[in-house]
Ligand binder design. Sequence first.
Ligand code: CTP
Length: 392
Amino acid sequence: MTVVVGITGGIAAYKAVGVVRGLVLHGHDVHVVATEAALRFVGRPTLEAISRNTVHTDLYDGVAEVRHVALGQRADLIVVAPATAHTIASLAAGLAGDLLGTTVLASRAPLVVAPAMHTEMWTHASTVANVATLRSRGVVVVGPASGQLTGDDTGQGRMAEADEIIAHALAAAGPKDLRGRRFVVSAGGTREPIDPVRFIGNRSSGRQGVALASAAAERGASVVLVAAHLDVEVPSTVTLVEVQTAAELHSAMVEHAGQADTVIMAAAVADFRPAEVAEAKIKKTVETTGLVLELERTPDVLAGLSEHRRPGQRIIGFAAETERDDEAMLRVAGEKARRKGVDLLVVNRVGWNEGFGATTNSVIMVDGDGSVVSRAEGDKVSVAHRILDLLR
Ligand code: CTP
């Protein structure tokens, strides 16, 4: 996709570098249109290196190629981050006094703006009216978030984080082949308490599950994400339900699967939990040489969901395997797919240095009989899209 990122003159311009970078890493051709003021906050070389394209600023550059409208006409998506109060007012009024203004007016692509300003400016009647005007035209407004502002003050006005802006932007521009669909996705790793301060957990970061949930939302699905201890941010395009233990995850999944047409179990659920949880912190004495913990089985959430599935509901499981060769791994995975009664099992190899926490993944998708239907490799967002391609 050709994406124009408009950067305007606020201190949050430094965070726009992350927006540009993220969009490039998602495989898009990113063209930065920066105002002169923006370039006082972040340097042109940085933006050119990160975007891998020339940065455009001046309305009177590239006149022969009619650049003031050419960029907008070519764009599949325009993201303005940060959008200052001044920029929001200009966009609402349809002003064409600078390159960003002409680019936006010449474009019919989705427009996403990420405001950043002090709270007083954001809540001023002028800005409120301008933002309402933009929203009424279908402009997607992401943020601003609350928190520490540039000075000592805190409040609403911080630009949303780059990942959130990107998720909304891609959602605005992407194909909507999952519109009307209802997904429930689990992600992360459960923690089973031993005592008030200790737990048995696992190394899942939740990255692949969150990538699936956000990608499904981008493609138009309504998505509930049942999340256990994620290491990654969740975009506000999905409904987040936070859980701690396998038991909590189980009941949340059962509840939300009741309304879903597609269930994806990407969470690493504990197979065993302490049979008893100590009320107080377990203490040691000088004589203590060891500790025996009795563990009991947790319910198999995936098998239960597939056994009680609604008619037509699709159930997708994950399998994390440590077998070294593909043949052995696929044998184990095929047996797991049949045992759990899934429609699709996404198999990935994990190990001390593989799988967990990484930003990339390599998976093999097998059907309910264990036959290979597809393979995908790359960053977890791209892998998520390849999995979703099978669920359209
Ligand atoms: N799973 C589940 N409930 C559990 C354990 C796992 O729903 N108590 C789900 C996982 O979310 C995943 C799938 O089952 O979608 C397979 O998880 P995995 O850990 O690979 O398999 P296990 O059933 O735990 O089998 P094993 O550990 O023996 O390989």
